[in-house]
Ligand binder design. Structure first.
Ligand code: SAM
Length: 302
């Protein structure tokens, strides 16, 4: 426990997929004038310096946001879903050079409305990242709309759904350091769906050769179907360069550089999102893809 630090992975291909979809979901929720509540059960440190020792050591952003920003897609006007995400990241890098990468707390905060008064709840257990997050939160413009707890996000979620306005998003983005994370995600979604069936839910997960990783999207699909709610599953696989050695079987640090694919599972997604991602992901995988095995997939139902 606690060997995972998101700073090593910030801005990698998995963050690109997750945060691009997160922006799209929030935009959709914010088309209505009712306030929303966002619960980020696994928040991380919030903001990351891409020139830090962390990011420099792993260099994962080079295969993610750095590559995307330097690509013709960023210059020529990408699909609106990609363009919206890139604009948000540019907002943190006003001098032009890509130095800062916003984690999910800051992606959400950037879009949070003052009127209506949207809310954001952040959970982070790691002592160092929780402290870093608190420092970053203290500097937020809309700090009064943000609550942070150094508590277990799966447990903390229970008291926050349904939110008072009955509109909101739950983002569950564990590090999957421990096997039980997989079953805890399923249990948390099952419980939250009972309390708040109309809520929006988004789960990030690694695509790795482990039975629990294969089982989780199937479990989430079953839960959505049992609750009679629509679902969407989107996957991005950047593949391997032909000369690259085979990726190590992921152990504790599933997001280390060996991770080549990840997916996001949504319940109650925006109804236009599947079509949007089917247009946005092919050019994205062309840019981020490294060769053998590169692929994308969008499935939806309900
Ligand atoms: N959501 C962040 C983003 O997109 O920028 C990244 C989060 S990172 C993948 C997962 C984080 O969850 C780590 O910082 C880890 O310390 C934290 N964590 C692990 N188990 C947790 C738990 N049960 N409750 C809250 N945080 C936890």
């Amino acid at each position: 426990m606690f060997s995972y630090r998101h700073g090593f992975h910030a801005g990698n291909h998995a963050d690109v997929l997750k945060h691009l979809v997160l922006v799209a979901v929030l935009r959709h929720l914010m088309t209505k004038p009712t306030a929303i509540t966002v619960v980020d059960t696994h928040a991380g440190a919030g903001l990351y310096r891409l020139d830090s020792d962390f990011a420099g050591t792993s260099g994962e952003a080079a295969d993610g946001i750095v590559k995307l920003m330097a690509s013709p897609l960023a210059a020529e006007g990408a699909h609106p879903l990609v363009a919206d995400y890139l604009d948000l990241v540019r907002g943190f890098n006003r001098e032009g050079r890509l130095k800062i990468y916003p984690g999910s707390p800051f992606v959400v905060h950037a879009l949070l409305r003052r009127e209506p008064r949207d809310r954001l709840w952040l959970f982070e257990l790691h002592p160092t990242d929780s402290k870093a997050l608190a420092g970053h939160v203290a500097q937020m413009e809309k700090v009064r709309q943000v609550g942070q707890k150094r508590e277990d996000g799966f447990e903390g979620l229970k008291a926050l759904v349904p939110p008072p306005s009955r509109r909101g998003l739950v983002l569950i983005d564990p590090s999957f350091e421990i096997k039980t994370d997989y079953t805890r995600v399923g249990a948390a979604i099952q419980d939250a769906l009972k309390r708040f069936p109309t809520g929006s839910y988004m789960v990030w997960m690694p695509v790795i050769p482990r039975p629990e990783a294969h089982a989780l999207p199937r479990r989430l699909k079953t839960l959505a179907q049992q609750a009679g709610r629509p679902w969407l599953h989107a996957m991005l696989h950047i593949g391997q360069a032909d000369e690259a050695p085979a990726a190590p079987l992921a152990g504790a640090g599933v997001r280390r550089p060996g991770l080549t694919a990840s997916s996001v599972f949504l319940i109650n997604p925006p109804h236009t999102l599947a079509a949007g991602l089917r247009e946005a992901l092919p050019p994205l995988v062309e840019v981020l893809g490294r060769g053998r095995g590169q692929a994308w997939k969008v499935e939806n139902g309900g």
